[in-house]
Design a binder for this molecule. Structure first.
Ligand SMILES: Nc1ncnc2c1ncn2[C@@H]1O[C@H](COP(=O)(O)OP(=O)(O)OP(=O)(O)O)[C@@H](O)[C@H]1O
Length: 259
């Protein structure tokens, strides 16, 4: 029997401009359940803009985006319940405790109070901050806040998890744990959309890498496919494909500017 996979996210001819400046130039993508997508690209390439469209934060775009077959333009509220989003540089209400904050987030997703309290405490414990559950977050380190943000992204057990630089501020043990968590979530059939500049991590966690440059997808494949038999790192591939192989010269220019 032939198994036909239905994409969980489908993007066709997606274009977005800010004023006269076109920053997404006709993106076409089909993303399947259980895929861990590594979304990479130079500063200003259009990564955050794509993510903001997928999460409903930007609604004025051209083209079509569907999640589980539903058009994002028709029913973003229903779609949002299937998506967990951990934005880069998110503001957290740090006068709250993690339990209060997660209670607020869980209610936004329509979860009931008991379920929120039980799951939040379990997740905080799993992330190693269970004993801080009732402590105000203005006393938290950057990494502890990042853990709470990650928990707020998975609390409602979404099918799709969109992570923007999720390892920012985490210590080495937490990084290992989150990488393993991503693999486990994907095994359970969750789809992960992982935006990062940390090439070594993307190389390891993503089973499909999308490279965006100037608003266009210029590479799409597994790390093995992208390096096509050569013994390269993702960092090299990135530099080659985005036309930036002069980092040494640039570093020297910066130094020279100081002298
Ligand atoms: N609200 C906005 N108004 C005008 N221009 C914007 C706006 N948001 C983003 N841009 C521009 O759109 C382009 C793409 O930005 P975007 O934030 O999507 O890039 P990115 O790939 O996420 O970059 P980075 O890696 O630096 O986070 C950039 O040139 C940026 O200046």
């Amino acid at each position: 029997m032939e198994i036909t996979l239905t994409p969980i996210i489908s993007i066709s001819n997606l274009k977005k401009s800010y004023g006269d400046k076109q920053v997404l130039k006709g993106i076409n993508l089909e993303i399947y359940p259980g895929q861990v997508i590594g979304y990479i690209g130079p500063n200003g390439a259009g990564k955050s803009t794509t993510v903001k469209i997928l999460t409903g934060l930007i609604s004025d775009f051209e083209g079509e985006v569907t999640v589980e077959g539903k058009r994002i333009k028709d029913d973003i509220t229903a779609i949002k319940s299937q998506i967990g989003y951990v934005p880069e540089n998110a503001e957290i209400y740090d006068v709250l405790t993690p339990l209060e904050y997660l209670d607020f987030i869980g209610k936004l997703y329509g979860m009931d109070e008991d379920q929120i309290a039980t799951r939040a405490q379990k997740l905080l414990t799993a992330f190693g901050i269970g004993t801080n559950a009732n402590q105000r977050m203005d006393t938290f380190s950057k990494g502890m806040r990042q853990k709470v943000l990650l928990i707020s992204g998975i609390l409602h057990n979404p099918k799709i998890l969109i992570l923007d630089e999720p390892l920012s501020g985490l210590d080495a043990n937490a990084v290992i744990m989150v990488k393993e968590l991503i693999a486990l979530l994907a095994k359970e059939g969750k789809t992960i959309f992982y935006c990062s500049h940390m090439m070594d991590v993307v190389e390891k966690v993503a089973d499909r890498i999308l490279l965006i440059n100037n608003g266009e997808i210029i590479a799409d494949g597994s790390f093995e496919e992208l390096k096509a038999g050569g013994n390269q790192t993702l960092e090299n591939i990135f530099a080659k494909l985005t036309g930036k192989e002069e980092s040494n010269k640039e570093a020297n220019d910066v130094l020279n500017a100081l002298n």
